[in-house]
Design a protein around this ligand. Structure first.
Ligand SMILES: Nc1nc2c(ncn2[C@@H]2O[C@H](COP(=O)(O)OP(=O)(O)OP(=O)(O)O)[C@@H](O)[C@H]2O)c(=O)[nH]1
Length: 176
């Protein structure tokens, strides 16, 4: 069973306002991601914020760990609820590529910047918690090396909406 986790507790500093709420085709960005993720997984959660209609959990071990704190919480939640793997995405990826569980073998991730699209074994939860408690820089690449996570490249194109300009470029692409 695969748990889909939207890692969504960021500050949206570059976007200038809460990007999860940004309207795309009349619907908040996070709802687009949630819909696409739900179609590829057995259940979904949101990590790092609350969202109507979706189970929400807080980062672990504390709230100031960055996206890996969101991943750590998702892995623990998955283990506690009988999911073997977790598919993570940010709340700012559009369109979410299809068939991610097939494209990402368990133990692989697409890492550009901090976007954290990955398919992770839930039993890495304790190892990640130990990593976060021992590594002050909380670097995603450092964690991937520690956990022997492979980096993969996806053929599918998608936008990582970090700024209003990214959103404008996505809208322009859609209209083309
Ligand atoms: N749960 C959780 N999610 C985070 C955290 N930091 C970032 N994210 C999420 O990770 C994804 C990628 O984050 P970024 O776009 O790099 O960070 P951001 O804080 O949202 O944006 P900036 O402030 O512009 O860097 C987004 O979906 C964020 O909401 C965090 O500390 N906890």
């Amino acid at each position: 069973m695969i748990l889909g986790a939207i890692i969504a507790g960021g500050q949206s500093r570059r976007f200038g306002s809460d990007k999860a709420l940004a309207s795309v085709d009349g619907k908040p960005l996070l709802d687009h991601v949630a819909e696409a993720l739900a179609a590829q997984t057995d259940a979904i959660i949101v990590v790092g914020r609350s969202w109507p209609g979706i189970t929400s959990i807080a980062d672990r071990p504390t709230l100031d760990q960055g996206p890996l704190g969101g991943l750590c919480a998702a892995l623990h939640h998955a283990q506690a609820h009988g999911f073997e793997t977790v598919l993570t995405v940010g709340c700012d990826i559009l369109p979410l590529p299809a068939h991610l569980p097939a494209l990402l073998a368990p133990g692989s991730a697409v890492v550009k910047g901090q976007q954290l699209i990955g398919l992770w074994r839930a039993d890495l939860a304790s190892a990640l918690e130990d990593y976060l408690e021992s590594q002050p820089d909380r670097a995603i690449r450092g964690w991937m090396a520690t956990a022997a996570v492979r980096t993969v490249t996806l053929d599918a194109s998608f936008h990582n909406l970090n700024t209003p300009e990214d959103l404008a470029a996505f809208t322009k692409d859609q209209a083309a």
